[in-house]
Design a protein around this ligand. Structure first.
Ligand code: ZN
Length: 75
């Protein structure tokens, strides 16, 4: 079990990070924020109602995360 994952990775989600752990910032809509990689950012964005994604250290990552989260909701 990897322990060096980004803070957006859920404990019950065993998948590894997809890129830098501060690629995006996820705002949960109630005042919380977590830096995360694109992969876990998209997962948490899709899972939390009212969550938003803001750019982090990687240019374009927030857009890709947003698109991936929408795809996850559709399929
Ligand atoms: Zn991650």
């Amino acid at each position: 079990m990897p322990t060096d994952r980004c803070s957006a990775a859920h404990a019950e989600d065993p998948t590894p990070c997809g890129g830098p752990g501060d690629a995006v910032t996820i705002l949960d809509g109630v005042g919380g924020a977590a830096a995360g990689c694109e992969h876990h950012g998209a997962r948490i964005l899709a899972a939390i109602d009212g969550a938003r994604v803001e750019p982090g250290s990687v240019v374009g990552a927030a857009t890709r995360t947003f698109v991936a989260a929408r795809s996850a909701l559709l399929y």
